[in-house]
Design a protein around this ligand. Structure first.
Ligand SMILES: Cc1cc2nc3c(=O)[nH]c(=O)nc-3n(C[C@H](O)[C@H](O)[C@H](O)COP(=O)(O)OP(=O)(O)OC[C@H]3O[C@@H](n4cnc5c(N)ncnc54)[C@H](O)[C@@H]3O)c2cc1C
Ligand code: SF4
Length: 316
């Protein structure tokens, strides 16, 4: 691990200012992703701004009937929160499908959104990787790609976003609230928060350098059956090969977002509209633009079958 300096921030303004004054600084929350990346020297921040003292750890009602989740709410607390379990069951189920109890006790809402890919070549510093070292090439294209993306991919990168929580938030139309280093605040819809890889796979979100996530808001509850199905190589403590997050109404209409297939949680309006026609129609709309590799084309069938299982479960 490279040497770094460390400070603890006690106000959002101080954290934003500290980020603005040092272009090599990074925020640290639960540390469950960042510290691993620092130990492998994949991330080498010169300065860490510890944001755990900011107190952004509450879940509060919003005036319109939704909820506002502080950036530092731990994944365990979010999953167990009474309102979340009752009105946003999809989010609760997606969270408990992720990582392990110990990790969820440390992992935060913002850190989970910002976690980096699990592409094996991203972690192998002996291999070219455009995301880790822009311009060096992509080892996964033509390499081992079983776990990687099938849709929204580019010639520079076919990585996926690993978060379960973000898939649920995509289906629930979450909005990410931020403060920029100059103090300006803004709200970014979750659909626009994560980027596709294009020619710049190292730029993963819409955040500007030093921009800080303060909260995530969810609109008022929409009812329906909330289902999260995660398909993985072992029953626990594994990232999704694919996952389906769905909210399905009694008339069969609903929303679906899929994980493990793209650089961001994947949702397509036409697939929502096709959901009541069945899994085949919804899958065709979801993955119409798919460009799988030989090793991961099985994901196309896997998503369709998982969608079928979700629809059956919703019908009881
Ligand atoms: C063994 C293992 C298994 C896992 N399995 C799963 C799984 O199955 N599913 C899943 O979804 N996840 C899984 N995870 C990932 C885990 O969920 C993430 O590591 C965790 O959510 C990151 O949160 P954190 O608070 O620890 O982030 P940190 O490690 O502290 O930070 C991660 C990134 O977020 C940035 N950041 C943190 N807070 C802010 C903020 N407020 N504003 C802007 N940037 C910020 C940091 O600068 C850093 O770049 C696993 C992790 C491990 C180690
Ligand atoms: S898929 Fe992306 S993360 Fe993986 S090796 Fe290629 S550029 Fe790197």
């Amino acid at each position: 691990m490279r040497a770094f300096t460390y400070e603890r921030s006690f106000s959002i303004e101080a954290a934003a200012k500290a980020a603005a004054s040092n272009s090599e600084a990074k925020f640290i929350a639960g540390g469950t992703n960042l510290l691993d990346l620092m130990k492998l020297e994949i991330e080498t921040p010169a300065h860490l701004i510890d944001v755990n003292g900011l107190g952004l750890d509450t879940i509060d009602p919003t005036p319109d009937g939704g909820i506002r989740i502080g950036a530092l709410v731990r994944n365990s607390d979010l999953a167990a929160h009474e309102t979340v379990r009752r009105d946003y069951g999809l989010l609760s189920r997606a969270l408990v499908a992720g990582a392990s109890g110990q990790l969820r006790n440390k992992a935060t809402t913002a850190g989970n959104l910002m976690q980096r890919t699990r592409c094996p070549y991203f972690y192998d510093t002996n291999q070219p990787c455009n995301k880790r070292q822009p311009g060096s090439g992509c080892s996964a294209i033509g390499g081992i790609s079983r776990q990687l993306g099938v849709v929204g991919v580019s010639d520079a990168c076919i990585a996926t976003h690993p978060s379960d929580m973000a898939v649920a938030m995509r289906a629930l139309d979450a909005v990410v609230e931020t403060v920029k280093p100059d103090g300006d605040r803004r709200s970014i819809g979750i659909a626009d928060f994560h980027r596709l890889p294009g020619d710049t796979p190292h730029v993963e979100t819409e955040l500007n350098p030093g921009e800080f996530i303060t909260a995530v808001t969810l609109p008022p509850p929409i009812g329906g059956r909330h289902i999260y199905r995660k398909v993985r190589d072992r029953a626990s403590f594994a990232f999704a090969l694919i996952s389906v997050g769905a909210v399905i109404q009694p008339d069969g209409k609903g929303r679906i977002a899929v994980g493990g297939v793209a650089h961001k949680p994947w949702r397509v309006e036409a697939a929502d509209a096709a959901l009541s026609k069945g899994a085949k129609a919804a899958n065709a709309a979801l993955l119409a633009s798919a460009r799988p590799t030989d090793q991961n084309k099985f994901k196309l069938d896997l998503v369709e079958r998982t969608l079928g299982a979700v629809i059956l479960e919703a019908r009881g």
